[in-house]
Design a protein around this ligand. Sequence first.
Ligand SMILES: [Zn+2]
Length: 621
Amino acid sequence: MVGAGNIAGPAWDLTSEYPDAESAEVEADLARFDELAAAIEGHNETLLEFLPVATSVEPDSTAIGVAQQIHLLSEQALRLLSNIGNYANCRVSVDSTDEAALRLQGLLQRRRSRYGDALSPLEQFLDRVDDSVVEAYLKGDIASNTRFQVLHRRERRHELLSLEEERLAGALAEDGIHAWGRLYSQLSGTLRCQVDVAGAQREMGIAAVSGLMLRVDDGVRESAWRSINAAWESQIETCTAALNAIAGWRLELCRRRSIKRDVHFLDSPVHANRIERETLDTLMSVAREAVPLAQRVALAQARAYGKARIGPWDGRAPAPSIVEGPPGVVEGPGIAFDEAIAQIREAYGSVRPEMGDFVAMMAERRWIEGTVSDNKRPGAYCTRFMKSKTPRVYTTYTGGMSDVITLAHELGHAFHGWVMRDLPDAQQTYGMSIAETASTFGESVVRDALLEAATDDAARFHILWEDCSALPTFVLNIPARFEFERKFYDLREERPQRPAEIKALMSNAWEAWYGDCLSEPDPMFWASKLHFYISGTSFYNFPYLFGYLFSLGVHAQRERLGADFYEAYVALLRDTGRMTAEELAQKHLGADLTKPDFWRASVASMHSKVEQFEALASELF
Ligand SMILES: [Zn+2]
């Protein structure tokens, strides 16, 4: 039986955490958090006395016991803060008018900054003391679980300025670099575009126009892109000032931090992703080798749309066979939610029955949100409650094929968290470079199963379109962003760049990677892409390429290891919070990420899919 009632997904159950946003249980956790924060602040009075003389602290100093106590309290405080915060966010995601949850979010703001302030003396202390003091701190039960985090952080201690300078730089950043980031967000939220939709002029915000870029109508996508670029063109001096200031701020700090040895602008993003600079260089050189394969996909996509080249508005174009319609409306019967769960369960279960059981458990315990409503926030995510160690998956399920893939993706994240749930809190967070391993793996497993079950060429083409379009995205677009940003930083060392120079730099980067398969470059991409303005993180691009090729590498292990794969996979996921990416790959995949072989094999694993895709594109269009 197929009917609208069966398509929709269920509402999730959050009552295991709190009965309500204004319940006594929430009150109790907030009060407990305040107590813990006050206790940390009390200990800080002692620790702060040691900070100015941190380098002469001895391994038997009383400061070490104080530092351990602060860590212990901070872990409990963070657990509460994150639990209440996730609960409030989950509620607001489902209903943006949930006043009680919105008030709760407000109550957490001040507590979040209080927590950050309370933790800063401990971080400073652990960065500044000698190795022997850190070893004394890590000995014993209290802090030993944080060994990786503490030692990894200390790898950048040569960059430390004096205590006073660090405080000043941190305080000024709020109205300096971060203000530029906020200005950009503000601008992108208020900018209006004049867009031509089916012959009629309409005024729309950037987010709404971006949604048009997912339409199957080539003309709509192109006019959406042109209107977005025209809107940004009207703000070009502002964007230029922001981009120059953000890069200038970071470069100035790098210069000042180059006391013991030169600090490069790539050191920070590479470290934050827990990879080596050598790995990044190898990754980019293999991406270069993979350009012809990615360009073949782009050309086959262009052919399917009846044109010789793709345009810069085609990055997220759907397969041309998809039925056009507003978001949330699915033509035809669609795939019922239970059917989607059954398909994912079977695909996950083909790796190992336990993985299929996990999917069934997520559905049975109602840990998945899939309803459709006007007040829901768009998008999908996976989150985890730190108190109960249970995951939740958020989606708006409308029965489309892409909804099934999204569900498979988020369930992959949930599985990652699930297999880590018994580990110490400190070992449950991982870098962005490997954050998408389990989700992308989950997607591939389900996509492969759907491809195998597909009964006609149109369905096969649709699945392969989704699969193969990752190549132009990750192997052409992401490297173009990276190369642009790197060259921009090099030039910014000399002087701020002018709009015409930045446009030329961006166009050159697009042409260098897309070559002949692109009808025209995207000279305003540096203004329209939010990622260049994230003030807390630079080079928010290469981790996507890393994550894509890394998970293809993991996927390739499935065939190689056969029955032994599942244990190796779970062991790898469990180590993601306590190793660098290189150590992880060496231990669990026997691969050296600083050498090209592993990355080349990932690219090669896409060859046969690209061939099938090309053949179907020629046959169908
Ligand atoms: Zn994800």
